[in-house]
Design a protein around this ligand. Structure first.
Ligand code: ADP
Ligand code: MG
Ligand code: MG
Length: 894
């Protein structure tokens, strides 16, 4: 061991980096004494070296030879033995599961001679030829790159010639002929014979698995799931067992609990007389596990025992792949199973109640992304709906969109801004792009473990599968259900929780979990439609409560109005981290702003500002009342003033038109001159934030006075307002000092006028690299910092957020410059480094400096982890993200 090759008996579940998820699972099951066919794993290290050098490491060939000999000894069979051949599967398996993305070749070792040995040994000639034709087909497609349709067409021809509809009905002779036809295809397509040497088959299959790491669709999937591109895949070589040896054999997939709902109890799909891929491919509709129980109670009992063993061992929901060969159970794969968001919460709490995990662990088993999924609206059961058909509920949610029948169209239409539901007979990995583009996925075939279901669940896409009533006419771009027809572009609605499919749009209503968050547990439980919904709401409540108990980070909200503030508070916000004051200058108040801008002397300007004072004070009274007792960080005016004035082009046209009629309004002329004067080529870096406050006399003073008077008024009413004054876009300590001195003067004045003590904290935003780098100086004048990570990202990268996202991020994404937009997840290396410097140097000067973040990143799970680690006191995000932030802050702490 310790080289490139590990026998299954050498590894364990913690070696996923090296053995991949599948290899680690096979090793763990082997250690547990479960019936796993013997085999070995080629490490991801070998794959990485192959990718770097373009060739497999020389030692690998030797190690594979040695491992094959050990495997032969264990199986008492020989690879390539014409009398009784050992056959193997060659299976991909990366660290993070990428369902259906990469390649597997079964039945490696069959050739024109060994096929007879297999027939003789099993006593089943038909089976042997069926296995051989599967090998040529899979090998041809995945290793030699021959289009799958070539083989599918040949198979269809063979079925047509016999007048049968299913491959199970083909006889030995048909299959023998089919192998001949397949070999012809290989010769025509590649200019060489199908390799007869088993070792050559093995070596080619191994490199094909390595290569499958870098297929287009695998890269796309990794980008979507944020899996690094340089991990590589392991390769598992595993002795074949046969589910296609007649009616006492079969293959299946099973979960230890229902991955869609979390309901406990064995659950899965079974297909008698079939091999591996048949279940997942959705080629035939499968039966439930009860079918196995009926056919073979003993094998079923063995399966149940193995599953219970695995669940106890992993202390989590596991999924497994198994095969029954003539009544004997074989375990072929296990892993901690993917699950829907509701299942994740229910299962976590169930396991706590079964004393298998702690609450801390339960918290770690769910994610903020899953919680957000639970907030999706659902179809209104009371509304009028036109039921078209029913399928199986595979991934929850309510999706309404235009039906499209292929992935390409889905992507095109989605790019035009349309909402689409991708409708397919069954999906395959090439449909991934379309599944990402669609709001929902609907298939006519396949079970809950089909490709469509697994992938859709993984990405939280609403999905209904196996709606057998759908008769999809792909060339005609329509589908029929009995006499009814749905054309491409017609709106349909699918319910991923019930499996229902509706024609036309269906209204949606808030989910039970958002009812819980908005109105509390009692209301949500009273409204819960069933036991399962109630269980889910309770699970969310318990886990969130635990998150609140363990988290160190506070969670505040960005809110500008009393309504938003109240909502945020209900959702658990512990204050407002960012109250923007921009809206206080909009609407009817624009006239007042115009007067400030157009003022020709100090008196005129002061009069205009004075008119703004009472309205701003009322705004602050409203918000501070809603946040009574909680800190409320009020940001002084940030955007450039001309944003409140009419648009230059529009105004110019208006004035020109008026001029041509000889009836110009002198006010408009005045305004036009001002707008021209204030026009900036680069307003984001122009006269805004603190600069504006220092250049327009009285502006910040007005706002500060409004805050102080509002606070004094509420204090008089016996409330506990806690406003904090925040200065935006500071780059120099002197800017901050000037504003702060003025603020202190105003506080003292208002205190004296009202008799109320006012000692409001004054702080600044850190959103310029210079601010972060001079944090030690700023901290002498600031009682708190709030990181404005949107602007800080723009100014650190020199990216204009409004311009770059569509323009070149997609390409930067494709060529690996950016794995994810730095506006979505904080760039820890660059922007994060600046945050870190400001935290350390600011606190060195002022140990009680209070620190928070108020950019979009405050609601992003990965960024929250970073802010926790770097020692911030709180994150602030939009109100609806507050529960997600609470959960993620809790997860960061356990
Ligand atoms: P995936 O990662 O797509 O699930 P797998 O490597 O698990 O691919 O293999 C695909 C299918 O082939 C699975 O259904 C699996 O159970 C089956 N299979 C793999 N190896 C063997 C084997 N040694 N004997 C029988 N079936 C196998
Ligand atoms: Mg598998
Ligand atoms: Mg900003």
């Amino acid at each position: 061991m310790a080289g490139y090759v590990w026998d299954f008996s050498e590894g364990d579940k913690d070696a996923r980096d090296l053995l991949g998820g599948k290899g680690a699972g096979l090793a763990e099951m082997t250690r547990l004494g479960l019936p796993v066919p013997p085999g070995f794993t080629i490490t991801t290290q070998a794959c990485r070296e192959y990718m770097a050098d373009g060739d497999v490491p020389a030692e690998l060939r030797v190690e594979v030879t040695m491992a094959m000999r050990r495997l032969e000894d264990a199986m008492q069979r020989h690879f390539g033995d014409p009398a009784d051949p050992l056959l193997v599967s060659v299976r991909s398996g990366a660290k993070f599961s990428m369902p259906g993305m990469m390649e597997t070749v079964l039945d490696v070792g069959l050739n024109d001679l060994t096929v007879h040995g297999l027939a003789a040994f099993t006593g089943d000639e038909r089976f042997a030829w069926d296995s051989y034709r599967r090998l040529v087909q899979m090998f041809g497609r995945t290793v030699l790159g021959i289009p799958g349709e070539e083989f599918a067409d040949a198979l269809d021809k063979a079925k047509a010639a016999r007048g049968v509809s299913s491959d199970v009905e083909l006889g030995t002779d048909d299959l023998r002929d089919l192998v001949g036809a397949y070999k012809d295809i290989v010769r025509e397509q590649t200019g060489r014979e199908f390799p007869q040497s088993p070792r050559e088959q093995l070596d080619l299959a191994i490199t094909a698995v390595f290569n499958s790491w870098n297929t287009e669709r695998a890269r796309l999937y990794r980008r979507k799931e944020r899996i690094p591109d340089d991990l590589g895949t392991a390769v598992n070589v595993c002795a074949m067992v046969f589910g296609n040896l007649g009616p006492t054999s079969g293959t299946g997939v099973a979960f230890t609990r229902d991955p869609a709902t979390g309901r406990s109890g064995v659950y899965g799909d079974y297909l008698a007389n079939a091999q591996g891929e048949d279940v997942v491919a959705g080629i035939r509709n499968t039966s439930g596990l009860t079918e196995l129980e009926r056919l073979d109670p003993e094998a079923y009992e063995d399966l149940r025992r193995a599953m219970r063993r695995l669940e106890t061992h992993y202390r989590d929901l596991c999924d497994i792949e198994f095969t029954v060969e003539r009544g004997k159970l074989w375990m072929l794969q296990t892993r901690v199973g993917k699950r829907t968001a509701p299942a994740a919460f229910r299962v976590a709490v169930q396991l706590v109640d079964e004393n298998l995990i702690t609450m801390d662990e339960a918290l770690d088993r769910v994610t903020g992304a899953q919680l957000s999924q639970l907030l999706f609206p659902q179809f209104d059961a009371g509304a009028e709906r036109d039921l078209l058909a029913r399928g199986m509920a595979a991934s929850p949610g309510a999706a309404v969109g235009m039906a499209v029948f292929d992935a390409e169209t889905a992507q095109e239409w989605a790019a035009e801004g349309k909402e689409v539901v991708l409708v397919r007979r069954e999906t395959n990995p090439d449909d991934l792009g379309g599944m990402i583009a669609a709001v929902g996925v609907l298939t006519a075939r396949g079970g809950k473990t089909s490709h469509a279901a697994v992938v859709a669940r993984g990405m939280g896409r609403t999905c209904v599968v196996g709606a057998e009533a759908l008769d999809i006419d792909l060339p005609g771009r329509r589908l029929h259900v009995g006499p009814r027809t749905v054309h491409e572009g017609d709106v349909i609605a699918i319910d991923g929780t019930t499996g229902e499919i509706f024609v036309g749009s269906v209204p949606v209503r808030p989910s039970p979990v958002s009812r819980y968050l908005d109105d509390g547990l009692d209301v949500a439980l009273a409204e819960a439609a069933d036991e399962e919904t109630a269980e889910l709401v309770v699970a969310v409540d318990r886990i969130l409560t635990h998150a609140d108990a363990v988290r160190r980070l506070g969670v505040r909200a960005n809110a500008d109005t009393p309504e938003d503030a109240a909502r945020a508070r209900r959702l658990g916000a512990q204050g407002i981290g960012l109250c923007r004051t921009e809206h206080m200058f909009l609407g009817d108040r624009r006239v007042l702003v115009e007067r400030v801008v157009l003022a020709t002397d100090d008196d005129e300007r002061q009069a205009a500002l004075d008119a703004l004072l009472p309205v701003q004070r009322e705004d602050f009274v409203g918000i501070l009342r809603a946040m009574d007792g909680l800190p409320t960080t009020i940001r002084l005016l940030d955007p450039p003033l001309h944003e409140f004035l009419p648009d230059l082009t529009e105004l110019s046209v208006r004035v020109a038109l008026a001029e041509s009629r000889g009836e110009v309004d002198p006010h408009d002329l005045h305004l036009l001159a001002a707008v021209r004067r204030m026009h900036e080529a680069n307003p984001m870096l122009g006269l805004r934030g603190v600069r504006l406050g220092l250049v327009v006399p009285g502006l910040f003073a007005l706002q500060i006075r409004a805050v102080c008077e509002a606070a004094a008024q509420l204090l008089t009413d016996g409330l506990a307002p806690r406003p904090e004054i925040m200065v935006p876009l500071v780059g120099s300590v002197q800017e901050l000092r000037l504003v702060r001195d003025e603020a202190l003067r105003i506080m003292a004045d208002v205190s004296q006028e009202t008799g109320q003590p006012l000692d409001l904290p004054v702080g600044c935003m850190i959103e310029l690299p210079r601010a972060a780098l001079t944090a030690d100086r700023l901290a002498t004048q600031a009682q708190f910092f709030s990181f404005g990570t949107n602007d800080l990202t723009q100014t650190t990268w020199g990216f204009s957020r409004d311009d770059v996202e569509g323009a070149f991020f997609p390409q930067y994404n494709a060529n690996g410059v950016l794995a994810v937009s730095p506006f979505e997840t904080v760039d820890t290396r660059g922007v994060g480094r600046l945050v870190q410097i400001a935290v350390e140097e600011g606190r060195a000067v002022r140990p009680d400096l209070h620190l928070g973040v108020c950019g979009e990143h405050g609601g992003d799970p990965e960024s929250i982890r970073f802010f926790h680690a770097v020692g911030l006191d709180y994150v602030s995000c939009s109100p609806f993200r507050v529960p997600v932030a609470r959960l993620e802050a809790g997860r960061s702490a356990v």
